[in-house]
Design a protein around this ligand. Structure first.
Ligand code: ADP
Ligand code: ADP
Length: 246
């Protein structure tokens, strides 16, 4: 059974944020998306700017409820979940953002940032032993566990994204939604961060939705590739099915 499944998902936005959605004046950011992600699988998503990739990421992570259709996690519609079930879903589906720096509070130290998810889910790492757990997470993402008292600006872009990834895996999620996780990074460190994500997947059995515009990166990391066009998945297949013709 798939870990995540989208069935006929549509997301419509007003043409302008101050205009109501009328019968014809709306943007079809998603226009009927069917997609599934198996356990421990990486589905790559590519497509031109504006085709709906980030909208897909927001809808799959439960940040936005779609206009139509269903987003299923372990067979359950995530938008129908309440209370503890919703909490558990949010713990299990984590987002990795494009720009690590803007998603990290500059006034928090690295150990505070990596420990922040435990403030919301203390059951994952109870207070006694939490410092050790944070150090372990820093080591897992290739950061010096003794640099936990430093601030985000003390780190390079690639290291900042490692902090973002440590936060993303802190709560033992099953699914990571990675929205262009290396696009904002220096070209020279992109492969290192992709390799880290690849290693973590094997180690932790994670599923990934991996949005990227770099075909090489998508080829490297994905089991299947979804090509989006105008809010739809235009093609879906193994990388070879989609691209070896070129
Ligand atoms: P991508 O990530 O592939 O660049 P997006 O998902 O950001 O595409 O956007 C898809 C379409 O939906 C674009 O036309 C974009 O302008 C529009 N859009 C995205 N988010 C909103 C929003 N919050 N309000 C209105 N339109 C939006
Ligand atoms: P991306 O890098 O995915 O293309 P954008 O720069 O298009 O992102 O959009 C950044 C943010 O602005 C997103 O959160 C998106 O929801 C929102 N947004 C995009 N297009 C519109 C729009 N036409 N109206 C309102 N908000 C939008």
């Amino acid at each position: 059974a798939p870990l995540m499944e989208l069935r006929g998902v549509k997301q419509h936005y007003p043409v302008h944020r101050h205009l109501p959605i009328g019968p014809r004046n709306f943007v079809k950011a998603l226009d009927g998306v069917d997609l599934s992600v198996a356990p421990a699988q990486t589905v790559g998503v590519i497509g031109e700017s504006g085709c709906g990739k980030s909208t897909l990421a927001r809808v799959m992570s439960g940040l936005e409820k779609p206009t139509e259709g269903k987003v299923l996690f372990r067979g359950e519609d995530i938008n129908g979940l309440k209370g503890d079930e919703r909490r558990e879903m949010r713990r299990n589906i984590q987002l990795i953002f494009q720009d690590p720096y803007s998603s990290l509070n500059p006034r928090m130290t690295v150990q505070e940032l990596v420990g922040e998810p435990f403030e919301i889910h203390p059951e994952v790492a109870p207070k006694p032993g939490r410092k050790a757990k944070i150090k372990e997470l820093l080591e897992m993402v290739g950061l010096n566990p003794d640099h936990g008292d430093r601030y985000p600006h003390n780190f390079s872009g690639g290291q900042q994204q490692r902090i973002g990834i440590a936060r993303g895996i802190a709560l033992n999620p099953q699914m990571l939604i990675c929205d262009e996780p290396v696009s904002a990074l220096d070209v020279s460190v992109r492969a290192q961060v992709v390799n880290l994500l690849d290693d973590l997947q094997k180690e932790l059995g994670l599923s990934y939705l991996f949005i990227a515009h770099d075909l090489q990166i998508v080829r490297h990391i994905s089991d299947r590739v979804a090509t989006m066009y105008l809010g739809r998945v235009a093609e879906l297949g193994g990388y070879a099915d989609v691209y070896d013709a070129t």
